[in-house]
Every structure is written in C-alpha cells, then in structure tokens.
Unconditional design. Structure first.
Ligand code: NAD
Ligand code: ZN
Ligand code: ZN
Length: 347
C-alpha cells in the first residue's frame, strides 16, 4: 500500500510502499477514504531527532490523525463493527478503563503515559495511507449517513473546537461575546459552533484577510486583523468590558497575551493552539475570576455530538482535497496559512 511517512527528522515526508498490515486479535483494518492534515503535524515534522525520542516518537512514522475509512477486515475476536461499514476515527486513544476513560474522556486518560499509548499519526502508525490498523473498534464511530468526506475534519478540528466551545457554554449567554483567534482548520469550525449553539457576538481574529473573509461568511459578527491593537479593539466592540470567552487556536506568546488582555472579568481563556505561549495566572491576573485552560482534543461524547451537529446541518467543514502524492505541497500551503478550512488527503 502507499503511505506518507516521516522517515528523517525535519525532512519532507515521503511517499513509500508498505505491506498492507494484518489486523491482530481485537483490531480493525480500515481502508482509508480521507485523512486531514493538521497544524499539529508540524510538532513532528519540525522536531529534531533527540526531541522526537524524548516524545516517545520513533521513525519512520506514518502520519495522519484525522481519519475516516471503511472497515476492510477484522482481527480474530473483533466485534462491534462490520466489514464495509464507513466509520470515523476517535483519535485520542486512552486505556479505555481508567476513571477518565470510563467517563468517556479518553483524551484525558490518566494511564496513557504509563502504558505508552500514542495517538495514531502522532506516535502510532497513522492514516495517511491506503490502510490503517485501529487497536479497538471502540475508537470507531458510525457516520449515520453523514458524507464521509465532510466527516474527516470533524475527527480532530471539529472535535477539538467543539470541546473548547462546550467548556464555556454556561458563560456564553445573551449580551456576551466570544473571540476566536486563528480561523484555520479548528477556528473556522469554532465560529460556526458559536453561532449555532450560543447567542453571543462572535469576533474572529486572524493575520490573514482571506481567513477573516471566510469567518464573516461563516457568521462572525466582527473580524479583526491580529496585531498589537487587537485586544483594545475587542474592548471597543464589547462596551469596554472585554469578551466572556477567548478561544485561542494559535497559542503563541503574542496570542495568549492578547487573550489575557481582552477577556472579561469572570470569563474563560481556552488555549487549544500549540504555540507554546504561557499566560500568567494569579489572584487578579489576567482578571478577577478568569479561568484559563489548555484543551486537548475532546471526549468520546463530544465526538458523537459533533457528528450529530454536522448531520443536523449546523456544521460544515470547508475543505480542499489532495492526492497522497501532493501531501508535501499541501503541508507547504498549511504552513503558509493558505489552506481555506482543512486540507483533506484522499488516498
Ligand atoms: P491552521 O494552520 O489551519 O490554522 C491556524 C490559523 O491561525 C491560520 O488561519 C493562521 O492564519 C492563523 N494565525 C497564525 N498566526 C496568528 C496570529 N498571530 N493571530 C491570529 N491568527 C493567526 O491550524 P489548525 O490545524 O486549525 O490548528 C490550530 C492550532 O491548534 C495549532 O497550534 C494546532 O497545533 C493546534 N491543535 C490543537 C488541538 C488540541 O487538541 N488542542 C487539536 C488540533 C490542533
Ligand atoms: Zn490535530
Ligand atoms: Zn484511561
């Protein structure tokens, strides 16, 4: 089968020919129909060898953690899915048994590190290939008639954006405001989720005019170019109070500082972007009663809810499609911020 692998640290991923894997007991072989490229892939693509080792990542690694496919074969004793069924992959694999996993929050599995469990495409072999092994049918969610191509960006971009929005729903009431920083794969879905699930003013922030035009088209009430004056302009749009919720899908030092500077008293700052910025938190920092959290992917419950929202027509991913051979070009475009919505590879 064809697969795209990171084989040498900090080199362009390569298209290679590999044997089709055989599902072992309890496993599922997926024939991949679509796989999304995520900005988090650069955490692997840009990382030197020593750091990859410390992250527990060994090369070569088949990339791709946003996966939809059809069930091609079942390992011995596997049940719960049938051959030919189209399914979406729940990527943040946990142990399935700890107290968080029991609650559906496999993204926060407390035994993941102890057991050395890595998500597909971010440590375990991923889905940027014609076939992919899935450790358990538990990780596969039926689409219920949703277009399989549309489902691809929901598996991470949609799930992570929904998880971030859902955390703050109690603070997103009438008269309120939310800021979305970074209108890329995650952010363009967050704008739609905020419009569909809340009555607040949605303010979108990006460095690119094209992304701001996209945000307006998806329902953002106001758009702001990201610069030193953004926080002040958010205050002007919110009667000087600041916004109740800031969703930062960039997460660099400058954007987390922007988030801290424009969040209202008692609001939420949620950092989903992996830009490694840090926001100091104290008694009155960034303001009284502000809750600051990082979020990682989403729960199994969130995932089924995201799929239901898409089935209900309130969430539509913008996407560009690419062949496996075009993955390096698609990553270049993603790095340059030129993908509108999500890049989805069709193996
Ligand atoms: P993307 O490249 O599709 O989108 C990023 C957007 O941010 C682009 O539109 C870009 O123009 C914009 N941007 C860049 N710098 C900016 C700035 N200073 N101010 C405002 N906007 C800016 O990326 P994506 O795949 O949507 O991922 C977004 C971030 O979320 C990445 O850091 C990624 O690693 C991370 N991520 C986190 C999770 C999670 O579970 N927390 C899941 C997926 C991705
Ligand atoms: Zn991702
Ligand atoms: Zn667990």
């Amino acid at each position: 089968m064809k697969a795209v692998q990171l084989r040498t640290p900090r080199r362009t991923p390569e298209l290679v020919e590999l044997p089709v894997p055989r599902p072992g007991p309890g496993q599922v072989l997926l024939s991949v129909t679509g796989v999304g490229l995520c900005h988090s892939d650069f955490l692997l693509l840009d990382t030197p060898a020593g750091m990859l080792r410390r992250m527990g990542v060994s090369l070569p690694l088949t990339l791709g953690h946003e996966v939809v496919g059809t069930v091609a074969a079942l390992g011995a004793g596997t049940s719960g899915v049938s051959e030919g069924e189209t399914v979406a992959l729940y990527g943040p694999w946990g142990c399935g048994r700890c107290r968080r996993c029991a609650d559906g929050a496999e993204n926060l599995c407390v035994r993941r590190e102890v057991l050395g469990i890595s998500p597909p495409g971010l440590g375990s072999p991923g889905g940027l290939a014609e076939y992919m092994l899935v450790d358990s049918p538990r990780h596969l969610v039926p689409l219920g008639g949703l277009d399989p191509l549309q489902a691809v960006p929901l598996t991470d971009a949609g799930l992570s954006a929904y998880h971030a929005v859902k955390r703050s729903l109690p603070k997103l009431g009438p008269g309120g405001a939310a800021v979305v920083i970074g209108v890329g794969g995650l952010g363009h879905l967050a704008v739609q989720l905020l419009r569909a699930l809340t009555p607040v003013q949605v303010i979108a922030v990006d460095v690119s005019e094209e992304k701001l035009t996209l945000a307006s088209g998806l329902g953002a009430h106001a758009t702001l170019v990201s610069d030193d004056s953004t926080a002040q302009r958010v205050r002007e749009l919110t009667d000087a109070t600041g916004a109740d919720v800031i969703l930062d899908f960039v997460g660099t030092q400058s954007t987390v500082e922007m988030a801290g500077a424009c969040v209202a008293t008692g609001g939420d700052v949620t950092v989903a972007g992996v830009g490694r910025g840090a926001l100091p938190v104290g008694f009155d920092t960034p303001a009284y009663g502000v809750s600051v959290a990082g979020t990682y992917w989403g729960t199994r419950t969130d995932f089924t809810e995201v799929i239901e929202l898409a089935r209900a027509g309130v969430l539509t991913a913008r996407l560009e499609t690419y062949a496996l051979q075009e993955v390096p070009r698609a990553y270049d475009r993603l790095r340059q911020g030129r993908i509108s919505g999500r890049a989805v590879v069709l193996p």
